[in-house]
Design a protein around this ligand. Structure first.
Ligand SMILES: NC(=O)c1ccc[n+]([C@@H]2O[C@H](COP(=O)([O-])OP(=O)(O)OC[C@H]3O[C@@H](n4cnc5c(N)ncnc54)[C@H](O)[C@@H]3O)[C@@H](O)[C@H]2O)c1
Length: 398
């Protein structure tokens, strides 16, 4: 911390996510200060440099240059791409930095375990950006559960409607369209959905998973259609014209002819230690974009919530329905309004955790995140091997 008690941070990976979290320093300049940036892209470095008035010696083109120096800030915002989390996470933790780590933690179970071990050995704070957990809605639901309002949870259902064009943008054409470049769909998109289910289940450990899913529709077999919206791309949408328009026009790659391989829809069934069950569905083919639908069924009542609406609690004993509408802070600036304001609450909690050295402010610490990531890896094994996978208490799964 600087001499005024302000938490100092280095942005490592100044892309979309790095900039979002960094912008908190604009909102709360007495609490949070960006003091350095590392990114190979000159435009990315310049944006942060200009925005936060950073002097030349604190601008780096690679995280390794930062890690080669002695620790000079409190924390690191680590927002490089999925396959570039492990090495810097371990290196910065070894140097004593607290870390805000974008999800997924890493792309293999062993890499996740190695990160968790390093953080535990070093005694540093790590928050994995399972942003949904930090939403006022999630806090309200968690409190209802912990207060025993719906008794013992017997079943949770969570739907992540990705949205058809959003899916095409990210998972057919974009950064996460091939597993070998990023990770599987469940890890890339929905490790925080699985984490949210585990968070609501509390100490009840997930023991067994199955999963099914495949890539449908966004494949070469579905390329033959020639009506709208193809006619909006080019007048006569034959292969040559369309190819030319897609190569040189604004519409970019054809979603039916890409090299994408991540699934377009997937279900995960989960069984927990006490026999409670949960299911997660992620699906591309939806109108809504990431407006999660959640249902939690307990022995005394149920909770239903669409993430764009209120929380509805029905109590079995009184036969009454209660509505809760936890509102976001109206002053959240546009840069931090992503994920229904969850981005704001994530970075706010992290900065407070570092400032107060209070691990309790981190709802998605390294241990919980590791466990929910292992559920993701186990579910992916279940899908690929078409079998039910058992997760053992030591985190291994067969
Ligand atoms: N929490 C969420 O809801 C959420 C949402 C979207 C993305 N993500 C995750 O956030 C992470 C970042 O995603 P993004 O969309 O911001 O990506 P991005 O590509 O916009 O940003 C990544 C940045 O890392 C930089 N980089 C590459 N090599 C580097 C190096 N050696 N040293 C320092 N920087 C380096 C790149 O130049 C780039 O600017 C990914 O892991 C992604 O899956 C999380």
């Amino acid at each position: 911390m600087d001499n005024k008690g302000c938490v100092t941070a280095i942005v490592v990976g100044a892309g979309l996510r790095g900039n979002i979290y960094a912008s908190y320093a604009k909102e709360e300049h007495t609490k949070f200060k960006i003091v350095a940036v590392a990114d190979p892209k000159e435009t990315a470095r310049k944006r942060i440099k200009d925005e936060f008035d950073i002097s030349k010696e604190f601008i780096f083109s690679d995280w390794r240059e930062v890690a080669a120096k002695e620790k000079f800030a409190d924390c690191v915002i680590l927002a490089t791409q999925d396959r570039m989390h492990k090495e810097p996470a371990i290196a910065f933790s070894n140097l004593g930095y607290h870390i805000l780590l974008e999800k997924p933690m890493a792309v293999t179970p062993d890499d996740c375990r190695d990160i968790a071990t390093a953080v535990k050995v070093n005694g540093t704070i790590m928050m994995v950006c399972h942003v949904l957990t930090y939403m006022p809605k999630s806090n309200c639901i968690k409190k209802l559960i912990e207060d025993g309002t719906i008794g013992e949870i017997m079943n949770i259902q969570l739907l992540e409607p990705v949205g058809f064009w959003h899916f095409a943008h990210c998972f057919v054409r974009g950064n996460w369209h091939r597993e070998e470049d990023s990770s599987c769909f469940l890890l890339a998109k929905s490790c925080h959905d699985i984490d949210l289910i585990c968070y609501f289940m509390g100490k009840n450990r997930c023991t067994t998973v199955s999963s099914f899913g495949k890539l449908s529709h966004f494949t070469k077999e579905n390329k033959g259609y020639r009506g709208w919206p193809l006619t909006a791309v080019v007048d006569n949408p034959d292969v040559e014209n369309l190819t030319d328009a897609l190569l040189h026009g604004p519409y970019g790659k054809c979603v039916y002819d890409s090299d994408n391989d991540v699934v377009s829809h997937q279900v995960v069934n989960m069984q927990f230690e006490n026999g409670a069950t949960a299911s997660f569905t992620g699906v591309a083919f939806t109108e809504k974009i990431c407006v999660r639908q959640l249902k939690i069924f307990g022995t005394k009542g149920e909770i239903r919530c669409s993430f764009d609406g209120s929380i509805r609690h029905y109590d079995f004993n009184s036969n009454k329905t209660y509505e809760y509408e936890p509102l976001n802070d109206p002053n959240i600036k546009p840069s931090l309004q992503g994920h229904g304001g969850a981005d704001y609450y994530t970075i706010k909690s992290f900065v407070e955790a570092v400032q107060e050295n209070d691990q309790m402010k981190v709802l998605t610490g390294v241990e919980e995140s590791l466990n929910s990531h292992l559920v993701v890896f186990a579910a992916e094994k279940a899908r690929l091997e078409n079998k039910v996978v058992t997760i053992h208490p030591d985190g291994t799964y067969t």
